[in-house]
Design a protein around this ligand. Structure first.
Ligand SMILES: [Zn+2]
Length: 247
């Protein structure tokens, strides 16, 4: 087996008009191998499971990252590279670590880098395959365009709905503690009512959140123009267990 630099060197020599014999002599690679390289297509980067057409080995990590992407992420194409950026609250180191490890799991050739902005850490990674994995990318803001999952994306969410919900609620969700007092047996007592709320201006993304909650049998209701709430006590407990705290 020859490594990629050797292959590239040999192909570059041939492309410059150097003969096969001379290229073989200079690189130490057999002529038949060089000929095979010349007719073979560009090797596909092994890491992108969409381009390989395989079921994702990193399906759970991808599903969570999809939730974070829909919540607070974007994919931007530049002239020389394509960047995934997920904006994370700078006061939540657990979320920043989670998103960074998800990026590394989906793109094993390299981890994420962090860009600081006021109140925010933007977890970022350059990779030309982000558009394969997040075909929802496009110009404009997410709530101003249609966001629909492709069939393969729906399948990974159906297989790992809790991971998807973690991504959604840990980006655009919050766990609020409401309280009220009631008089019981002549005594005023305080009761806590924790609840999860998911707030997103995209109708499509809120619908995806509701769909995923249905997949795990967590009842929800719409409690505002852009808000989906999970507020029944058992439902909050179930969601807590599925997605963990936002820290
Ligand atoms: Zn790809």
């Amino acid at each position: 087996m020859h490594d990629a630099p050797t292959r590239n060197e040999a192909l570059a020599l041939v492309a410059r008009g150097v003969s096969l014999n001379e290229t073989a002599r200079r690189t130490g690679v057999q002529r038949s191998t060089i000929r095979a390289w010349m007719s073979a297509p560009e090797p596909v980067p092994r890491e992108c499971f969409r381009c390989l057409g395989l079921h994702p080995a990193a399906a759970r990590a991808y599903t969570a990252l999809l939730g974070f992407y829909l919540g607070d992420g974007c994919v931007s194409r530049f002239r020389r590279h394509t960047t995934l950026r997920i904006s994370c609250d700078a006061t939540l180191p657990g979320i920043i670590a989670d998103v960074s490890s998800l990026v590394a799991a989906v793109r094993p050739s390299g981890g994420a880098f962090h860009v600081r902005a006021p109140g925010v850490i933007v977890v970022s990674a350059n990779w030309k395959h982000w558009p394969c994995l997040f075909p929802q990318h496009g110009p404009g803001r997410k709530h101003e365009r249609t966001i629909a999952l492709e069939t393969w994306q729906r399948e990974v969410v159906e297989a790992h709905p809790a991971d998807f919900l973690r991504g959604l609620f840990h980006s655009d969700g919050c766990r609020a503690r409401n309280w009220a007092t009631r008089v019981v047996a002549g005594e005023r007592r305080r009761y806590d009512y924790p609840r999860w709320q998911f707030t997103n201006r995209s109708d499509d993304i809120r619908d995806l959140c509701c769909w995923a909650l249905d997949l795990v049998d967590v009842p929800w209701r719409r409690s505002g123009r852009w808000v989906v709430s999970v507020s029944r006590r058992e439902a909050v407990g179930r969601l807590d267990a599925l997605i963990g705290p936002k820290t």
